[in-house]
Design a protein. Structure first.
Length: 87
């Protein structure tokens, strides 16, 4: 698979299925996350919660996804693990 095809596939897997689409800058920030599961969770939350780019960057930098997994109230995050990512 060519590098550009891989990027397109990754971006397609992050694109929200409904609602207001994320900006290109959101996608650029999302690509910093190496875990596909975490990346999908951040993309979903950013779209649903209308996160600004700055909020998304802060949440990724502070490992918000991983802290949510470790918290006692991790049910919503565990459901994301079952979400399939188009690769």
């Amino acid at each position: 698979m060519k590098h550009s095809e891989k990027e397109k596939t990754t971006l397609d897997s992050l694109r929200p299925k409904s609602g207001r689409p994320l900006s290109w800058t959101h996608y650029r920030i999302l690509l910093q996350e190496t875990s596909p599961e975490a990346r999908a969770w951040y993309a979903k939350e950013a779209q649903e919660q209308a996160w600004l780019v700055r909020t998304l960057q802060r949440n990724i930098s502070s490992q918000y996804y991983y802290r949510m997994l470790m918290s006692q109230n991790s049910e919503p995050v565990e459901n994301i693990r079952d979400m399939k990512i188009n690769t």
